[in-house]
Structure formats: structure tokens, C-alpha cells
Design a protein around this ligand. Structure first.
Ligand SMILES: NC(=O)C1=CN([C@@H]2O[C@H](COP(=O)(O)OP(=O)(O)OC[C@H]3O[C@@H](n4cnc5c(N)ncnc54)[C@H](O)[C@@H]3O)[C@@H](O)[C@H]2O)C=CC1
Ligand SMILES: CC(=O)C(=O)O
Ligand SMILES: [Mg+2]
Length: 622
């Protein structure tokens, strides 16, 4: 029996042949009988044909009738739909958790079927495996826990991580999502329960970028928790001690990173949902040493920038006008500061002026407007702190309402984690009195209850002529008049990180640079047609997320070449013709040369269905 995932991965990894001789080939599975049925990777449930049942010692362990993959798929979807029908009157959170449970059970039992249903129904299932339901799952993790998934490294494992990493059964790992659980969505410190986030993010990698699911690894770094409720909970599954701080904390992360890159030197590590101080510190500490990025700082920034550029287009202005947009950012944490840094870089590039690039941006935190007069001003926020002399009528700590009244922003962007902070008065003032012909509200905090305002409230208070985006999904809003619809965009880093990971993986990047992220953001922005933008649609439908990841891949790889950020030796490896194709934008030839076009298309386009249903199943039975 062949390991199918590796078979598929060997196709996806063709580009790596340029750089590496360690190409994963198909491997033989030695398991037999009940062990196969209990291994979600090889289990086909009732799908094993009789010949395989004989060969693999499965005779008598399954009901006699052989059910095809398609029938299994239909059966699962029918049970899912019937759950939806039967829980119509139940509270939303109960239904969401029931849906998560049914998907999770499939994940535990038969991964091939799980990823197939996930990919085919990504629009319906993303809100369950990802935000908002994943937040609820993390909050209730101790009660929901049935089987471990991913790896757990704790402060108690200090000195042991190098050997522990070899406990992971897969030979190769490409993508790792790592959290310490200290800031899970807008829900705060959830300690070890935060593992749900890496799991959900990696499912998005598989569904959106075609990353081989056998080469992903969700990781929880448990350094304790400062959440008193969890510390007192007898069923809490993490370390019951306060979080490590300072050098003690960093030494744990250092040890983990060394262990990971010793075993898998070509892996990519995505840092996720670290509290702000560690988010910035670890990014600076590792970004030039390992292939890693921080999704909350960098991925969010890319998605927000793409949306902001779309907003400029929606106003009927040229992109260069981005430099003149007045943007109020509410939330000076890792996400808000990441967005502002990338926006400033974009303005500096477009307008060619770096000193005044931040002049139209206003930053607020829980203590109001941030100015240079702020006591204990965070160095990360300092570049965006206003000079009191330049903002007549506004003082240090001015409230959000005061700021929007005075600034009359084009865009009000929330990354505060505080639900409802864009209240009726703020939205009215910000939007009705805005100088913009089409003002925008980005309520980007997650999960849904932490959104700065709901879609319905935004359109109700600000009127029809706005652009609206939120981090978690909302239904489009019926505006009543002539069937007009207020479009809800999902401004979530899920549009970016799968493409960043895939692009970095296939191009063999050693580091992930700001330029690569900027290129990815601009690519996402350019994806929308003028007609869509006019209708207030800033991001493609989640159903198209495969196409987006692929395009991101092209831009990212191109940027990688331009940046020359890779090792000298590797640069020599790049055939001259590749550079020529890249210059002339002959993408097809370009990708054939680097060996990814075929595989990327195979994974991402129309043949995906065949790949999953036929190739995997065939290879698994070879
Ligand atoms: N849509 C997306 O793709 C993403 C959304 N987020 C969301 O952004 C939120 C914040 O994330 P981080 O920046 O990492 O958190 P953080 O904890 O680092 O920062 C939160 C910031 O909000 C400020 N704040 C708190 N209450 C406030 C109030 N009433 N008014 C104004 N500011 C207030 C805090 O002072 C702090 O500066 C979370 O809810 C998270 O889910 C984060 C990353 C991506
Ligand atoms: C989407 C995401 O990364 C967050 O809310 O933290
Ligand atoms: Mg996050």
C-alpha cells in the first residue's frame, strides 16, 4: 500500500528538486489489520475493496458491503445536513460546536475524506474549523478533548526538545504553526487550549494551498498561563503555573526553534497568536535566522493593505491616492501596528516620501489617541505617535469619538479585540461626516463577538454607501431598497498565509521578507475587477481561495528573485532562462522551469477533485 500523501507531495515538491536531493518518494506502509483502520491516514472505512481486505488482513473487520469514496462523501454530507436541520432551534454556540464535533470525528477517523469534504465545502466549513467556532472550541478545549493532535512542548521539557522532536512520526514536515496560547483571537490567554488555532490554520493551509496534510505540524508551546480561571480549573490540561517571562521564556522558544530546524531544515514556522511583546521580539529574533513569519503582524498587515487599496479604488481614485487616505486604527497591538507599518511602507513607496508617510494615520489604544506625550510609549508604537503640535484640536488620549469627529476619516479600522467599540455614535460621526466619497469600516477583531461592530449595525448607522469588512464572517446585509445588498468582506489573514507558506515552500525561500509580504498584498488587491470593487467587494469569495494562493505564489517567487535574499550559491542555481521568463512575465514557462506550474495547477485547479478522489485512492491501494 502506498502512502498517497507522499505521492501527491512528491509532485508538489518538484521545484525543490532544483535545490534538494531529498525528494520524498512513495513509501510502503507496514501496518496491517486493525492498525490500518485506526490510522486516519490509511483508513478507508468501508471503502476497502475485497482484494485489499485480503491483502491487508482486514477480512472480517469490516461489514461486507464495499462503499465507494463518493458514497462515503455523500453519506457524510447527508449526516451533516441532517444535523443542520435538526438543530435549527438550538442556540448558535451549541449548533456550532455540534458541527465542529462531527467534522473533528471525521478528521480523527479518515483524513482523506475529511480534507475532501473540507475543500469542496470550504465556504460552509471555514467558519467551523476556523474563526469564529475555533474560538469557542479553544475556550472549551478541556471538555472537548478526545485525542491529541500536533505536538505539545512545555516549560518542563527544557533540555529535552531536541530528542522530543523525533517523536513526531512523519519523516518530513513543511509547515508548522506555533502558538504559546497567550492571545487567542480576541479571547486573551487560553494557555494550552490555544492549540485549536494552529490546527485550524493548518487545515486552511491544506484546503487553500494544497499543502500536504501529512507534512503539517500544529505546535503548542506551553509556558504556563496567567488565566486565573484556567489555573483553578481541575480539568485544565496545560501546565498549572504562571507564564514564564524574560530570558526563561526566550530560552524555551530558542530551544524549540533549534530542535525544529535541526530535524527539518526546510520547514516554515508561522508564529500565531502570541501576546504583543513576544510577537515582535520573536519576529526580530528569528526572521533572519530561520524561515518564519508572524501571521498576526505580517499576514494581517497584507490582508488589510489589500483591502485598503481596494477602498481607494472603490472611491474611484487611483492607487497613488492611498497616500492621502486618512486612516484611524483602533488597537495598537501586534495586528494594528503590523498594519500601520505595512501601510506606511506602501505610502513611502507610492509617494516617495518616507518622513511624512505616517502623517494621515491615527493610532489609538485602550487609553485613547497615542501621541508623543504618552508616558511609557511603546517603542513599536512610537513611529505612529502624533506630534501634539500637528494635530490641532486633539490631545494625548483623545477618545475615539473625539478623533473621528475631528479627523473625518476615510477608513476606520479596528484591531482592538473589543466587541462593539464602534458604537452607533462613532459610526455615525465617522461615516456620515467622513470626507470620503465611500468611507470604509474594517471591524477586524475576532471572533464574531469581538468585532468592533456588526455588519448590520455598520450599514444601519452609516448608510448604504460604505465599504465594510470584518475579521469573522457575517452574512451580507439586505438593504431593503430594490433588492440592494450591503456586501460583507472577510478581512482575515486566511487570504494571505496559505499563499505565503506555499510560495516560500515551493520557491525554497530561506527567509520571508517584508518585500515578499508586500508583493502578496498587492497581488491580492489586484485580484479584484473594477466592477466587483464598485459593488464594495474587496476580497474574492473564499471559494476562490485556491486561485488566490496560486497567484500569491507567483508574485512571491518573483519578489524573492528580485530581493536576492537567498544564499549566493542558490542564486547560481537559477537558470538564466528563468530570470528571462520572469522579466518578461511569461509565467507559464517561468513555472515550468522552476517545476511548480504543473503541480500547483494540479493541486489548485479543476483537477483537484480528481487528485483527491482518484489519485489518492488509487495510490493508496497500489
Ligand atoms: N482579521 C484578522 O485577520 C486578524 C484579526 N486580529 C484580531 O485583532 C485583535 C487584536 O489582536 P492583537 O493586536 O494581536 O492584540 P493585542 O492584545 O496585541 O492588542 C490589542 C490592542 O487593542 C487596544 N485596545 C484594547 N481596548 C481598546 C479600546 N477600548 N479602544 C481602543 N483600543 C483598545 C489595546 O490597548 C492594544 O493596543 C484580536 O481580536 C484578533 O483576533 C488579529 C490578527 C488578524
Ligand atoms: C485571524 C487571526 O489570526 C486572529 O484573529 O488572531
Ligand atoms: Mg492570529
Amino acid at each position: 500500500m502506498w502512502n498517497l500523501a507522499r505521492f501527491a507531495a512528491s509532485r508538489l515538491s518538484r521545484s525543490r528538486r532544483l535545490f534538494s536531493s531529498a525528494i520524498p518518494g512513495p513509501c510502503i506502509v507496514h501496518k496491517r489489520g486493525a492498525d490500518i483502520l485506526h490510522d486516519p491516514w490509511f483508513n478507508k472505512d468501508t471503502g476497502f475493496p475485497l482484494t485489499e481486505r485480503d491483502r491487508l488482513g482486514l477480512r472480517g473487520l469490516l461489514p461486507p458491503r464495499v462503499i465507494s469514496f463518493e458514497q462515503q462523501y455523500d453519506r457524510f454530507m447527508e449526516s451533516y445536513r441532517s444535523l443542520e436541520r435538526n438543530t435549527k432551534c438550538q442556540p448558535e454556540s451549541v449548533v456550532a460546536l455540534a458541527k465542529w464535533r462531527i467534522l473533528n470525528r471525521l478528521h480523527d477517523r479518515n483524513e482523506t475524506l475529511y480534507y475532501r469534504v473540507l475543500i469542496d465545502n470550504i465556504k460552509d466549513f471555514a467558519p467551523i474549523i476556523y474563526t469564529p467556532t475555533v474560538g469557542l472550541v479553544c475556550q472549551n478545549y478541556s471538555g472537548l478533548f478526545r485525542r491529541p493532535r500536533g505536538m505539545y512542548f512545555s516549560a518542563k521539557d527544557k533540555g529535552e526538545m531536541m530528542s522530543m522532536i523525533y517523536n513526531w512520526p512523519a519523516q518530513q514536515v513543511d509547515m508548522i504553526v506555533l502558538t504559546d496560547g497567550s492571545r487567542i483571537l480576541g479571547l486573551g490567554d487560553l494557555g494550552v487550549q490555544g492549540i485549536g488555532i494552529p490546527i485550524g490554520k493548518l487545515d486552511m493551509y491544506v484546503a487553500a494551498a494544497g499543502i500536504n496534510p501529512q507534512r503539517i505540524l500544529p505546535v503548542m508551546l506551553d509556558v504556563g498561563t496567567n488565566n486565573q480561571k484556567l489555573l483553578e480549573d481541575p480539568l485544565y490540561l496545560g501546565l498549572r503555573q504562571p507564564r514564564l517571562e524574560g530570558e526563561e521564556y526566550l530560552s524555551i522558544v530558542d530551544e524549540f526553534m533549534e530542535a525544529v530546524f535541526t530535524r527539518w531544515p526546510k520547514a516554515i514556522v508561522q508564529f500565531e497568536d502570541f501576546q504583543m511583546k513576544w510577537a515582535f521580539e520573536t519576529l526580530e529574533r528569528y526572521r533572519k535566522k530561520f524561515c518564519m513569519f508572524n501571521d498576526d503582524i505580517q499576514g494581517t498587515a497584507g490582508v488589510a493593505l489589500a483591502g485598503l487599496l481596494g477602498t481607494v479604488r472603490a472611491q474611484g481614485r487611483s492607487l497613488a491616492d492611498f497616500a492621502n487616505q486618512k486612516i484611524v486604527v483602533v488597537g495598537a497591538g501586534s495586528a494594528g501596528l503590523g498594519v500601520l507599518s505595512m501601510a506606511v511602507q506602501a505610502v513611502a513607496r507610492m509617494a516617495g516620501k518616507s518622513e511624512t508617510a505616517a502623517s494621515n494615520f491615527f493610532l489609538l489604544d485602550k487609553d485613547g489617541l497615542i501621541t508623543k506625550e504618552r508616558k511609557n510609549l511603546d517603542p513599536a508604537a512610537a513611529p505612529f505617535a502624533k506630534d501634539p503640535g500637528q494635530i490641532v484640536g486633539l490631545r494625548e488620549g483623545a477618545s475615539l469619538l473625539e478623533v473621528v469627529k475631528k479627523v473625518k476619516p476615510d477608513v476606520l479600522l479596528g484591531l482592538s479585540g473589543v466587541g462593539g467599540v464602534f458604537n452607533e455614535e462613532v459610526v455615525l460621526k465617522a461615516m456620515h461626516e467622513s470626507d470620503s466619497s465611500k468611507p470604509a469600516i474594517f471591524a477586524m477583531s475576532n471572533p464574531t463577538m469581538n468585532a468592533e461592530c456588526t455588519a448590520a449595525d455598520a450599514f444601519k448607522h452609516a448608510g448604504e454607501n460604505i465599504v465594510f469588512a470584518s475579521g469573522s464572517p457575517f452574512e451580507n446585509v439586505n438593504l431593503g431598497s430594490n433588492g440592494k445588498v450591503g456586501h460583507v468582506n472577510q478581512a482575515n489573514n486566511m487570504y494571505l498565509f496559505p499563499g505565503i507558506g506555499l510560495g516560500a515552500l515551493l520557491s525554497g525561500a530561506h527567509f520571508i521578507t517584508d518585500g515578499m509580504l508586500q508583493a502578496a498584498a498587492e497581488c491580492l488587491a489586484s485580484y479584484m475587477t473594477d466592477e466587483e470593487i464598485q459593488r464594495g467587494i474587496l476580497y474574492p469569495s473564499i471559494n476562490r481561495v485556491f486561485d488566490i494562493s496560486q497567484q500569491r505564489l507567483e508574485h512571491l517567487s518573483c519578489e524573492l528573485l528580485l530581493q536576492r535574499n537567498w544564499q549566493k550559491g542558490m542564486e547560481m542555481w537559477v537558470p538564466e532562462s528563468w530570470r528571462t521568463c520572469q522579466k518578461r512575465r511569461r509565467w507559464n514557462t517561468y513555472f515550468e522551469i522552476c517545476g511548480t506550474l504543473f503541480t500547483a495547477h494540479l493541486f489548485m485547479r479543476s483537477r483537484l477533485r480528481i487528485l483527491f478522489s482518484t489519485i489518492w485512492m488509487e495510490a493508496i491501494s497500489m
